[in-house]
Design a protein around this ligand. Sequence first.
Ligand code: SF4
Ligand code: SF4
Length: 163
Amino acid sequence: MEKLTKRSVQVDRSPLTLSEKAYIPSILKGLSITVGHVFKKKATVSYPEEKRPFSPVFRGLHILNRDEQGRENCTACGLCALACPAEAITMEAAERKPGEEHLYREEKYAAKYEINMLRCIFCGYCEEACPKDAIYMSETVMPANYTRKGFIYKKEDLLIPKK
Ligand code: SF4
Ligand code: SF4
């Protein structure tokens, strides 16, 4: 007889009973596994109706913040763009004109501010680099889009609405 190794399995070759021939024990075993899973806690959720709670350190879509008077906080200093490892942020600075004090907090503001979400790796460095508390990352998951252009978020998309 061939010597059994550790990886060998001895197969029971005794003749099958009538119930084994009709697969009854196998069917009952399969059903017991299925029924057992019915009463187990579900590992899945019905997204998007049901959402899992986010981790406290989750970083979602960016938001450009306003101060208590509703003025734009961003002064277009460029520190967020400098800190961004993905080079996802671009902006154009402009001077605040007389009479625009109710719109912009300081003399300089971002006339144009864009984030390319296809480049962004959601590292949060922009948020950390900002000295004006002007940009922060929300708990909103970035929605899907049909075009590459749709992933370029402009200032109007990022700016928090006025209260
Ligand atoms: S989260 Fe990171 S990669 Fe995305 S814009 Fe900010 S610094 Fe750049
Ligand atoms: S978001 Fe902050 S760091 Fe970026 S340009 Fe505006 S003020 Fe500067």
